[in-house]
Ligand binder design. Sequence first.
Ligand code: CP
Ligand code: NVA
Length: 302
Amino acid sequence: MSTRHFLTLLDMTPEELQQIVQRAIILKQMRDAGETYEPLKNKVMAMIFEKASTRTRVSFEAGMAQFGGHAMFLSPRDTQLGRGEPVEDSARVISSMVDVVMIRTFSHELVETFARYSKVPVINALTDDYHPCQLLADMQTFIEHRGSIKGKTVAWVGDGNNMCHSYINAARQFDFKLNIACPEGFAPNTELVARNSDRVNVFENPEEAVDGAHLVVTDVWASMGQEDEQRERIREFRGYQITPALMDLAEDDALFMHCLPAHRGEEVSEDMLEDPRSVVFAEAENRLHAQKALLEFLLVKS
Ligand code: CP
Ligand code: NVA
């Protein structure tokens, strides 16, 4: 069987995604019970980070250690990739020495190229276009709190960014309806929306988008790489802040998620993360469990 990669949620079937998320719930219970489970003894993960990270790095590194393996942090400052060694060459070299590679970078094409030349599974740990690992954790979190997300309505409010794109893929793969509200000029990729028009609706008004939603999600207004646009974006996104009052327009049992890091006073009000409907810290913890399930799927089961 050819090497499996996880560059977007579309690299798995809906059944495989369900299997990974259900397994994440079990791995979490095993860890909570203090069980030792080391299916990746002597396995090594290379972690290539061209952007900053707290959750992704800690969860992958801790997950590999808990599984009995090892994770190696590689930054462009210290590798030849950062000095212009071609991706094709780096992929062949690195993948000849490790068992799995995780990449966080700007260009999605770079990750695709790396995967094409890699002998081992490649995991997208965030590009400018997609953040599929976060969606595994988000889906796990929803299921743990509310049961199946199939047939439910999710509202995405804010920037039509990498997280929004992964929510569009998730709507297809996990079979939910997605309402997106973005300011003019900040909508998600039009082709991606068009391909999923049977379940994705784009609004300009956040109040319309959250109406009937079982889950409300947002993210930063200026993603990594867009720091220069921060001030302009704060102006353009006014009115798109998630507040407890906006949440009141969603379903009574609606949850609030944010991949973090969050900016209080910008995309979320000062009090939103502490609101009882917010599950952002459970969501962050689930990065660990969901990615362990992903690693087990890629390295042990297939
Ligand atoms: N949500 C997320 O990916 O966080 P980090 O940028 O801290 O990894
Ligand atoms: N959209 C954000 C997500 C950070 C986890 C970014 O790309 O910076």
